[in-house]
Design a protein around this ligand. Structure first.
Ligand SMILES: [Zn+2]
Length: 684
């Protein structure tokens, strides 16, 4: 349950971390085509690469690949994710039909239970009836702590706040307890607080959805409307107390070690001792209260809202969280609001896709064992290790040659780079799921037991040494991450395929694809957030103050540059929210290009040699850009501008190539053209 801001990922999931995708559709599984790396047919030759490189590299791909009905964003990442999901589905289906091992029986049953939509339709809201009855029996606000502790298994972090283990950011060898703001359903606090026509409309649509959910569990129209009003009021109070996303990226702002005995000063009306005992947290004297302001708002809710209002909030979240897996009316309502209205996705996602994702989430390291045997040859790992080594060397040279960094900081930066660890493909040691009970006819029960199993697994780490071998992503995931507390870079097997990585292609293509991804993750160790951590993963200032000032000035250039990009009319990107990712993209391309040069030099090859009519450097930049070819609904562009620390594909491409001299040279651009501005930003 590590909060997302602890690890810098390559991109956010396609669901934007909102509610799960929706319901059954008759779409039969078919094998998606394998994505291509360096796709000549994607290029729009009518566009001028020096004016709009994204249009040049991706124009035809974007024209020929409209967003499928069951998606709200469609890009090269999604092509590969869909393919991996299909291959995973094949394993799940086989295991569901004829399991060959106890592990296959377990994940096969989980998947089969999920696929049983007939049973779900028969049961209606029965699977959550006992949970709703439990909330109904709550008749004194003093019982809230006990109730929340008991609800952990089915509500997880969706009500009020989140509790879990985390690495102590001042002593990265230790796992401590931490607690965070949560409890909202809309994508960000701004959705509750901004006073404009668009947000007002979304709030009113949300209120209709909440009302509809109460009616589905049998409440009268009047009662449902009153309950929905309470839910909105409570979530708005929580939103007011929530720390904005930009501040959540600052390690100093989310570290407040607090004695357990002092929790009552933050939220005096909540029985913390009963709660901590109830969630079976190992005995601790203190914990990190990452967002203290939020807990004051939480207390205002307990203090100022009626018992009935709090019960309405809990009832809604209990149903909402389960809705995608209940009977059709619940599934449809949930889809209509979260996917269709909020994200502009017209069609429901096929059930086999949703169930594959759900099983990967619950038993990812079980089915992943079989998946990598079939889909991740050992040679891929060896090749990847060579690529990572080339990138490490290039970053070391980059640090050596930075004109703005002085010797003292340089030495520390080198030490941090030396301490980098890397994980490639899949875990050395797989997780043990033997204690997770899975029943073939109990979808919601499986889900709740799995959530409880995860919560126990997470809380059990508190007070124990950190397991450096643990993974934060499952093997088929198309993504990568850097974890500053572990100072490690991680590349799941799922991403080590075209369009990122294609062993049949020349080095220019692979360095432009996976090479930039590796460089991106490494640069996270030195972005505005990662640079506050040392090589051991501790938050510690290792920069001289003059170098820190120089660094801040350099990164301010990127804040300005990206803050002026507009993904959709009337919306600008948030230059501060996206700073870490933009820095990583810009540093990543610099060092990947250097690594390509030295690799070609070793092989006695020249960048000027042409393949398919393009020089090596042109191929490098086209391969880089083509990773980011995508189409998005306007709704997704708007949500992403608020919540996604990554810039959209267009600006990840154009924003980055504008800042690297070699791009202009490769395409013969003139200074002053859009892709070769006079004032380029350069940090790493
Ligand atoms: Zn990243």
């Amino acid at each position: 349950m590590q909060p997302i801001h602890f690890a810098s990922v390559l991109l956010l999931g396609t669901s934007l971390a909102l509610a799960q995708n929706a319901t059954s559709s008759s779409t039969a599984p078919t094998e998606p085509k394998a994505p291509k790396s360096f796709d000549l047919t994607a290029i729009d030759k009518t566009a001028d690469p020096c004016t709009d490189f994204y249009q040049y590299a991706c124009g035809n791909w974007r024209k020929n690949n409209p967003i499928p009905g069951d998606q709200s964003r469609w890009g090269r990442f999604n092509e590969l994710s869909e393919r991996n999901r299909y291959l995973l589905y094949l394993d799940l289906k086989k295991a569901a039909d004829s399991p060959q091992s106890p592990l296959q029986k377990q994940y096969g049953d989980f998947y089969a239970a999920c696929m049983n939509s007939d049973l779900a339709d028969q049961l209606g809201d029965k699977p959550i009836e006992p949970l709703l009855k439990h909330i109904d029996s709550f008749n004194d606000k003093k019982q809230l702590a006990g109730l929340l502790a008991a609800a952990q298994s089915h509500l997880g972090s969706s009500v009020f706040f989140n509790i879990g283990s985390e690495q102590d950011q001042k002593d990265s060898t230790q796992q401590i307890a931490g607690t965070y703001q949560s409890g909202l359903s809309l994508p960000d606090r701004d959705y509750y607080l901004e006073d404009n026509e668009r947000m007002t409309k979304i709030r009113s649509q949300y209120k209709e959805y909440v009302t509809g959910i109460f009616k589905l569990i049998g409440d009268s129209d009047d009662k449902a409307a009153a309950e929905a009003k309470s839910v909105l009021e409570i979530e708005t109070l929580l939103a007011k107390g929530s720390t904005p996303r930009v501040d959540l990226r600052d390690p100093d702002k989310v570290y407040h070690i607090t004695a357990v005995s002092d929790l009552k000063t933050l939220a005096p009306d909540f029985d913390w001792n009963a709660y901590l005992t109830g969630v079976h947290i190992p005995t601790v004297k203190s914990l990190n209260v990452a967002t203290p302001g939020f807990f004051k708002s939480f207390n205002e809710v307990i203090d100022g809202q009626s018992l009935d209002a709090i019960k309405s909030y809990l009832r809604f979240h209990t149903v909402n969280r389960s809705a995608p897996w209940l009977s059709k009316p619940f599934v449809d309502a949930n889809f209509d609001f979260f996917q269709k209205t909020l994200q502009g996705q017209p069609e429901q996602t096929a059930r086999w896709k949703r169930c594959t994702r759900l099983t990967d989430g619950a038993l990812g390291e079980a089915v992943g064992q079989d998946w990598v045997k079939e889909n991740f040859p050992p040679a891929a790992k060896d090749n990847m290790e060579k690529l990572v080594a080339a990138l490490r060397k290039a970053l070391a040279e980059d640090i050596q040659s930075l004109p703005w960094m002085t010797a003292d900081t340089r030495k520390q930066a080198e030490a941090k780079l030396d301490a980098f660890r890397q994980k490639i493909g899949y875990p050395e040691k797989w997780r043990d799921y033997s204690k997770l009970e899975v029943k073939r006819d109990d979808l919601l029960g499986n889900l709740h037991r799995s959530q409880a199993f995860e919560a126990d697994y997470d809380l059990d780490k508190i007070g124990k040494p950190v397991d450096e071998k643990e993974w934060g992503m499952t093997p088929p995931t198309v993504n990568a991450y850097y974890n500053p507390s572990q100072n490690d870079i991680n590349f799941p097997a799922g991403i080590l395929q075209p369009p990122f990585y294609d062993f049949s292609k020349d080095p220019a293509v692979n360095f432009g694809g996976i090479g930039v991804v590796i460089g991106h993750e490494m640069t996270h160790g030195f972005d505005d957030e990662g640079s506050k951590y040392d090589g051991q993963g501790n938050v510690k200032e290792w920069w001289t103050s003059a170098d820190r000032t120089a660094f801040d000035k350099k990164t301010d250039c990127e804040v300005q540059e990206y803050g002026n990009f507009s993904p959709v009319e009337g919306v600008k990107l948030n230059g501060k929210l996206t700073l870490g990712e933009n820095t990583a993209d810009n540093g990543g391309i610099q060092i990947a290009y250097k690594a390509l040069l030295s690799t070609l030099a070793q092989q006695g090859k020249s960048l000027d040699d042409k393949i398919d009519g393009y020089t090596g450097s042109q191929r490098f930049f086209i391969a880089f850009a083509q990773v980011w070819c995508e189409n998005r609904t306007d709704q997704v562009s708007r949500i992403a501008a608020k919540v996604d620390p990554h810039s959209p594909g267009r600006f990840r491409t154009n924003g980055t190539v504008q800042n690297i001299d070699e791009f202009g040279k490769a395409f013969g651009c003139r200074q002053g053209q859009p892709m070769m501005p006079a004032s380029a930003c350069r940090v790493w």
